[in-house]
Design a protein around this ligand. Sequence first.
Ligand code: ADP
Ligand code: MG
Length: 818
Amino acid sequence: MPIDSTPLIKVFQLECEKGYTDSAVFGGLDKFIARWAAKAEGAITNRRLLSRFRQLHLDRPGYALLTREQRRQWLDDVISFVSEVEKAADKRGKATPPPMPGKPSPRPAKRAAQAYQSLDSSITAIKGVSSSLAASFGKLGVTTIRDLLYLFPNRHLDYSQRKTISQLVEGNEETIIANIWQVRQVMPGGRRSTEAIVGDETGNVRVVWFNNPYLVKQLATNNQVVISGRVSIFKGHPVFQSPEWELLEDRELVHTGRLVPVYPLTRGLKPRQVRKLMKEVVDRWAPQREDFLPPELARRRNLPKLPQAITQAHFPENEATKSQARVRLAFDELFLLQLGVLGQKRQWQESQPGSPFEIDRSFLQTWVKTLPFSLTGAQKRVIDEIMADLSKPKPMSRLLQGEVGSGKTVVALAVLLMAAANGYQGAFMAPTEILAEQHFSNICQLLSQAGRQEAKEDYLHRYSGLLERPITVALLIGDIKGSRKQELQQQITTGDIDIIIGTHALIQKEVSFHRLGIAVIDEQHRFGVAQRQALRQKGFSPHILVMTATPIPRTLALTLYGDLDLSTIDELPPGRLEIKTRWLKPTQRASAYNFLQRQVAAKRQAFIICPLIEESDAVQARAAVSEFEHLSQRVFPQLKLGLLHGRMSAAEKDEVMGQFRSTKLDILVSTPVVEVGIDIPNATVMLIESADRFGLSQLHQFRGRVGRGQEQSYCLLLAENPSQIGRERLDIIERIQDGFELADEDLKMRGPGEFFGTRQSGLPDLRMAKISDVALLEMARGEAERLFARDPDLKNPEHQLLVKELARVWPGEDSEWS
Ligand code: ADP
Ligand code: MG
């Protein structure tokens, strides 16, 4: 017989209106609820609902003991539960009692129903999670119940082996189950603490919880307690000091006697509290997590079900289930990541046609012969790889990586010229204005022997002799005055300019192209998928070549840039000398300065990089100014020094760079912000202050500023008081020259997130997957390709949960899943 919930709901509504003061019925709500529940329990036939009912009704302190917020929460929950029961009754075709006669105010029920329906509900929907607790979780990036499910423990304590008291070994982490003989408050050293004597059939042991007098109340004598913790010896006897504990009751152990999770914490979160909450959340919500992997795939790869994997990742039965869970969850991350990047690649290549170029090799060869050097084998190879892409109707999407100084610029120029030969425009985008200017002057240099210079206007050079028509190269930077800039923009729009060099920002914001055929993007890290999408033109997508000097190991490239094909220049131009790198003691500073002086006397130049200061550009600039003054007045009064920092205008920076390039300056003092890509072949010394504060790849970038000419070059590292990690880094950079080897070391020390800095976000988190999971990564890649091969548009009904999950993990307007 269905029960009539109307009186209950009425009482609850009244209680809401009275502000949760436990005053809706005489004698308090607890009694009323107990009476009603006794009747209700018999009437609920659905097993799931019954267990929910018991959870709601029995698994809580009395209503009278709840805080106001907890009361509100609990009432919401019950009301929503009742409406669910009614719905169930409805489905079975039975008469439903009118929900709330005369009271058209189902607001709390609605709110609660929402809270109960989804993993996306705020964690405040969980019973007992106050807004301040939620704020603490917020600091860990947890706002929803789903986030909580995916807040995995940092590690587990192995308390799974039960020992008897006679078996306890000093110094070991041990678990016992014992009877509580005696509990009392004690005051060791004036700290109010709890002491218990517990015993099993083999003996007794003393347990002390320092600074915690409240346990006296919770540890009643003659109860069975489980104790897990390190055993120490006090006055010849074993003792547990502040161990984990819990009463041996009729439920699963959480804190002791098992593999016990250790969660990441922050202010306001206590280990025991979090663990208890996580147990409840996992038990309740893990089963609700839809398993989005195609069942066939999960079976074939022998992966556990998702709810099971989540549960075992938190509260594992044993090491084996824990590691299976990790594999499944790590696979999920990598698989979704691969599907995302491969999907983007497909979308880039297939939604809009590219423009196939006709590859005229003889034209290229003629130009190459005019260069002051011959191309390295690696340069030739990557040019071939790129040309093969360009001849296809699909837009190219390629990453070119090559060590600092490996000669990427000339490869870029080959590509830009090929676009011009085909009647298209090419854009060459640099991360900073200094670099854009440098590319402009280098490219003009590389063209100067091939063609006759026809015009040399401000920011625009024109060369004839390479094609039937002249080729026009222009520089577009922020400094250019209004009317001249408009003129240039106009010429780009009409197609009068073939090659446009500028910063990412300028080219994307201020220019509309006549016919953009290819975009070359220098320095990959600041250029994500979204920016690439922004380059699309009406009607077709340009080919894209992204260049980076930060070598990325293949597996990582596959993970992070799976949407790009990969070309690598793995060979430096001949005759380059190894840059001698020395980590100096603070006491060797004077001799470092002497060394600089001698190099300058030998007509070389030097860089000095100021310490990294993280507060702000302004602070950084001030520090650099005072360092500059100190160096030029005290240390090198007879030399000419220049200063470069991020607060200078582009024109000022230019002026200084120009002076340094034309050897009017001997030493360039610079903040770390202006690190990338500067090419001064006559500079032979790079002195880095506080070198321990920089990452390996950044140190390697700095070092790459020298050793570009024929002379022996040096990199000197100063560090006042390096940390352990800092010392390791300095040791590695001193030892290793090769960028790829360094990148590997860097990854080992830092992990991929830090390796790329926060800028490289926009990619889903990797929590379980490690970058060393090469086999798993290859497997995820293979499965993603297989899936696309079978169901290119993911239309198969079996894949719909997966599509939903992809849309969640890869949000954003241009996502093909949303
Ligand atoms: P990066 O890859 O760091 O951008 P660049 O393109 O700036 O390197 O090249 C570094 C220097 O090497 C430049 O001065 C360039 O002219 C020179 N260079 C490039 N290719 C070769 C080569 N094959 N042989 C000799 N020098 C080369
Ligand atoms: Mg470069």
